[in-house]
Design a protein around this ligand. Structure first.
Ligand SMILES: CC(=O)N[C@H]1[C@@H](OP(=O)(O)OP(=O)(O)OC[C@H]2O[C@@H](n3ccc(=O)[nH]c3=O)[C@H](O)[C@@H]2O)O[C@H](CO)[C@@H](O)[C@@H]1O
Ligand SMILES: C=C(OP(=O)(O)O)C(=O)O
Length: 442
């Protein structure tokens, strides 16, 4: 069912919000489970998100047994029936392509639909393929599919990534875990999700060192088994709620947030004048207005994350002065700007830089979430706007945020999730539940 979110701005928030497991860690971790020939993998803190349902479906379509209950996924990959991931599943989520490395290493063959581009950019996969080829795979493209094959085992190799791609680092690391000999990934991505994946693979029996640095060394082993793992908290969900606190001039405790994963976000927000206190269980975020304008540039970790750029832009709309926001990771990640303009924001895009003039009062409007983080940014802007904002396209938001409307409502926001078709009369609205459960793909 299509839903929209309606926010009446201006409410203060208070209390604690618990952060779910990281979407971008659990997806490669579930894909990596393909590598376990014996035993069952048990992945705790797997957030109930559409993307997790999709990756589970991909594994099921390969013949792998999956059980997903109470945020725990149990995976028995002892038997694999096919090594093909269809267009239907890959088009729902690009991260489905992460099954290529594990399949190639385990079965010697993989046929995956081309993931193609998406709203935020063209997103090529050349670096993934370069890694597989260096390890001895033959790659063929045809009919919208990429087929990779290797006779015998993959061979360890030295792979230098032209861009420090998160997905390519993960795919190559998974393939190399079962390869013959040693693989070195140079200019590897350093994101915390890479470290979480490496920890899981090592628990499965892999020999990986250096994850979290620019040089990862993988000594291939001949067999991996299922393992038990708890996924790290989602730093982007945490960052989004940190901004919710600051944008509403509120005081929130973000439970489970790991300060070390959030360094670039914490320091930018502090530069703006936001107060942040860290302890071992999470972060307290509160503000002393006025907020200062700051410049920022998205970069691979430990730089400022592109996945927080739009949310941060929402906050900068409230700052005194002009901020420059430069996006260097994706070529088209300013889709939220046009929607924010409908809310009386003052932003001008000049190439890769958005010039954000803070200080004009945001007004509620009808807006559309064009992608996941653009949608989150619109929810945040709506919390600070005068009047009602209606946000459509929220299936994008459901890809990455567990019950965002419910979580914000519990904190005191005036926010409702309503089916699109029957939203038009006041009377009908009142009979509807405030929240629907996360949509299921079953
Ligand atoms: C599921 C998941 O974890 N998604 C995250 C992951 O996406 P994803 O793994 O797709 O992002 P990458 O790090 O691969 O992409 C970074 C840049 O490298 C380019 N590139 C990538 C691969 C390649 O073979 N060739 C190439 O040129 C991309 O087009 C992009 O411009 O990291 C991004 C960058 O932090 C985040 O925004 C996404 O939320
Ligand atoms: C861009 C994102 O995800 P994906 O790579 O799955 O599209 C994101 O999490 O912001």
């Amino acid at each position: 069912m299509m839903n929209k979110i309606i926010v009446r701005g201006g409410k203060k928030l208070s209390g604690r919000v618990k952060i779910h497991g990281a979407k971008n860690a659990v997806l490669p971790i579930i894909a990596a489970s393909i590598l376990g020939t014996d035993g069952v993998s048990v992945i705790h803190d797997a957030p109930p998100l559409d993307d997790v349902l999709v990756i589970n479906k991909v594994l099921e379509s390969l013949g792998i047994k999956i059980e997903y209950k109470h945020e725990t996924v149990r995976i028995n990959a002892s038997k694999i029936d096919t090594c093909e991931a269809s267009y239907d599943l890959v088009r729902k989520m690009r991260a489905s392509f992460l099954v290529m490395g594990p399949l190639l290493a385990r079965v010697g063959k993989a046929r995956i639909s081309l993931p193609g581009g998406c709203a935020i950019g063209t997103r090529p996969i050349d670096q993934h393929l370069k890694g597989f080829e260096a390890m001895g795979a033959e790659i063929e493209l045809g009919q919208g599919y990429i087929e990779a094959r290797v006779s015998g085992r993959l061979k360890g190799a030295k792979v230098y990534l032209d861009v420090a791609s998160v997905g390519a680092t993960e795919n190559i690391m998974m393939a190399a875990a079962l390869a013959e000999g040693t693989t070195l990934i140079e200019n590897a991505a350093k994101e915390p999700e890479i470290v979480d994946l490496a920890n899981y693979l090592n628990a499965m029996g892999a020999k990986i060192r250096g994850a979290g640095t620019g040089m990862i060394r993988i000594d291939g082993v001949s067999k991996l088994t299922g393992a038990v793992h708890t996924v790290i908290p989602d730093r982007i969900e945490a960052g989004t709620y940190m901004i919710a606190a600051a944008i509403t001039n509120s005081d929130l405790y973000i439970e489970g947030a790991i300060g070390d994963h959030l360094r670039p976000i914490i320091s930018k927000m502090q530069e703006m004048g936001v107060q942040i206190e860290e302890d071992e269980n999470g972060l307290r975020v509160y503000t002393d207005r006025p907020l200062r304008a700051v410049d920022l540039k998205t970069l691979p970790y430990p730089g400022f994350p592109t996945d927080m750029q739009s949310q941060m832009m929402a906050l900068l709309l409230l700052a005194d002065g002009t901020s420059l926001v430069t996006e260097t990771v994706f070529e088209n990640r300013f889709m939220h700007v046009e929607q924010m303009l409908n809310m009386n924001a003052q932003i001008k895009v000049e190439g890769r830089t958005a010039v954000v003039s803070g200080g004009s009062k945001l007004q509620g409007a009808k807006v559309c979430a064009t992608d996941l983080r653009a949608g989150a940014a619109l929810v945040l802007a709506a919390l600070a706007a005068d009047g009602d904002t209606e946000i459509t396209g929220i299936h994008h938001i459901d890809r990455g945020y567990v019950n965002i409307a419910e979580k914000l409502s519990v904190l005191g926001a005036d926010i409702r999730r309503i089916p699109v078709e029957i939203v038009d009369t006041e009377e009908e609205e009142q009979t509807l539940p405030l929240f629907s459960v996360q949509p299921s793909l079953a």
